[in-house]
Ligand binder design. Structure first.
Ligand code: PEP
Ligand code: MG
Length: 590
């Protein structure tokens, strides 16, 4: 039995970015970069200050390299790639020259000079509306905290590596990628931050490290103290501070049920995904990094339905070379054969910007140079990626998918590039699958409206609900101010999905869903009723979904879908879906 606190319980809702439930005594990490004292120095001290900076730079560099090595060993090279960027930031000569100039001309301590320069960069990055760029401020802050700590020769600036004795939950204004990777070492069982989004490096790493996490809480209660008990509910995006005994019992029970459920789900491994009345579906997994393959296999996913290639590609320039891309795709193709992998070509743009484009931000990046538009404009790089994918197709079942398709011309031009690449490889005598299947992501309303035409050009569709919801309802998917309007059950969204599946089937091609909504358990009756052929989800969801599908009857799901046609509100559609889901698999809806 867990000990309970006598303080008042507070519940806050944020965004659950990594599923699971955990609790324990919490530590509260420094809110942000701490300002050192503004100390004046004499002219004779300048050299001493410069020497201090040199020593701190060496120490910081060594620490970053050590951390990088540790992460590379434990999680793979891709996760460690972020620290290359940290090393570059640490040694940025524009920053360091300015720091030295302030120290020499204004006679300020090197700590204060460094802080004032770096703070200015961080503040300007934070004002940028683009969330990806805002996240870069976290990296600079990460490096700056480390350097300032080394300058002080003291451990007073607490980070994840120096958490208070006995604490297991981390609460912070924000966490840096290096904080997140240090968590496994520090035995952290869960974390929550005041800011953040599900596209941040921190969220991505939390998911791959399997640590329950909630971001965008907006505040951590002021009266919370180190050691207070905190529950992190990554399933529902809720954090409970100083829970009552009753709440704790509730969560102990939830956790017991979750453990028991996970245990019984194991019996589904190796079994097909089939409804109670015999309709077979394919259940595959979404990945961003090769390192996730282990989890995909252990959760028994039927291949990869969406391999987002832009995340590893954004890390380092060398990742873009053909050999590197080929190695990544080959490993995935080999590991997932015979089910196979759907490799999505780069979907740069929106909230995922190329570092070299960061200096020229677009006013509206989600409606801008994104996905296939960028690939078609940079055909040389596009063909490098196509070459790498085609070469990998000789090693295991591989399909290609083009993102952000809004017109027939785009898919035709993309296929033209594929044909040119195939001819190149043929001329060079390099093996590849000549009949490689090609698919289009349907995630823009215009694509839905011309789905019959698009279907004649491709072998399959995969619906990207993350974007389809955003573009259908004009709700920015990364803006938490309008997050309450982001409705997967909006009748227009359901109609768009229905139209897409029907157009695919009219043209004898298959249709899947690979956006987050594919894994919403309460929407499973709709996907079954609409006749969706494949669902691709985060691997931790696979067995739960196989279970849910096994409890549903296709015939009753069809009836539900017919009924939904007459309904005009998202709330009522949600209610009806939940009713069916709750009757079929109440044990899953924890
Ligand atoms: C989607 O839009 O639903 C999707 C799967 O792609 P991404 O989230 O990478 O835009
Ligand atoms: Mg998308």
């Amino acid at each position: 039995m867990i000990e309970t606190a006598k303080k008042t319980e507070t519940r806050l809702d944020g965004i659950g970015v990594s599923p699971g439930v955990s609790w324990g005594p919490a530590d509260i990490l420094g809110k942000s970069l701490e300002e050192p004292e503004n100390v004046a120095i004499s002219r004779t001290q300048v050299e001493e200050e410069k020497a201090r900076l040199s020593l701190a730079l060496v120490a910081t560099r060594d620490q970053i390299i050590e951390l990088q090595q540790e992460i590379a060993d434990a999680e793979g090279e891709n996760h460690a790639g972020i620290f290359d960027a940290h090393l570059l930031l640490l040694e940025d000569s524009t920053v360091l020259n300015e720091v030295l100039r302030i120290c020499e001309t204004q006679l300020k301590s090197i700590d204060w000079a460094y802080f004032s320069v770096v703070k200015r960069y961080i503040d300007s990055l934070r004002k940028i509306s683009d969330p990806y760029l805002r996240e870069r401020a976290v990296d600079i802050e990460d490096v700056a905290k480390r350097l300032l700590k080394n300058l002080r020769w003291s451990a007073e600036n607490k980070d994840v590596g120096s958490m208070s004795e006995g604490t297991e939950i981390v609460l912070a204004h924000n966490l840096t990628p290096s904080d997140t990777v240090t968590m496994t070492r520090a035995n952290v069982r869960g974390f929550a931050t005041e800011v953040g989004s599900s596209t941040s490096h921190t969220a991505i790493m939390a998911r791959s490290l399997n640590i329950p996490a909630v971001v965008a809480l907006h505040r951590i209660p002021d009266d919370l103290r180190v050691g207070d008990l905190v529950i992190i509910d990554g399933y529902h995006g809720t954090v409970i501070f100083n829970p009552t005994e009753e709440t704790l019992r509730e969560y102990e029970e939830l956790s017991r049920r979750d453990d028991a459920l996970v245990e019984s789900l194991q019996t589904l491994k190796g079994k097909p995904t089939v409804t109670a009345d015999g309709k077979v579906m394919t259940l595959s997994a979404n990945i961003e990094f090769v390192e996730e393959l282990r989890e995909v296999a252990s959760q028994d996913a039927e291949g990869i339905g969406l391999y987002r290639t832009e995340f590893f590609y954004l890390r380092e320039k060398k990742e873009r070379e053909e050999e590197n891309q080929f190695e990544n795709y080959r490993k995935v193709a080999e590991a997932t054969d015979p089910h196979g992998v759907i490799v999505r070509t780069l979907d740069i743009g929106g909230d995922k910007l190329l570092p070299e484009l960061v200096e020229h931000p677009e006013p509206n990046p989600f409606l801008g140079w994104r996905g296939i538009r960028l690939s078609l404009d940079r055909s040389h790089e596009f063909r490098i990626q196509l070459r790498a994918i085609l070469r990998a197709s000789a090693f295991g079942k591989t399909r290609i998918m083009f993102p952000f398709i809004s017109s027939v011309e785009e898919i035709q031009r993309a296929k033209d590039q594929l044909e040119i690449t195939k001819r190149e490889l043929e001329a060079e005598g390099i093996a590849f699958d000549r009949d490689i299947e090609v698919g289009a992501m349907i995630e823009i309303p215009s694509a839905v409206m011309i789905a019959d035409h698009l279907a004649k050009e491709v072998d399959f569709f995969s619906i990207g609900t993350n974007d389809l919801i955003q573009y259908t309802t004009a709700v920015d998917r990364v803006n938490d101010r309008v997050a309450h309007l982001y409705e997967p059950t909006h009748p227009a969204v359901i109609a768009m999905i229905r139209e897409t599946v029907e157009a695919a089937h009219r043209n004898q091609i298959w249709c899947g869903i690979c956006g987050e909504a594919a894994g919403y358990l309460s929407l499973m009756p709709v996907w079954v009723g609409l006749g969706v052929d494949e669902l691709s989800v985060g691997s931790s969801q696979v067995l739960r979904m196989r279970w849910a599908i096994s409890k549903l009857k296709e015939s009753s799901c069809r009836e539900l879908v017919e009924k939904l046609k007459g309904i005009g509100t998202a709330g009522e559609i949600r209610r009806l879906c939940e009713e069916v889901a709750d009757q079929a698999y109440p044990e899953l809806l924890l």
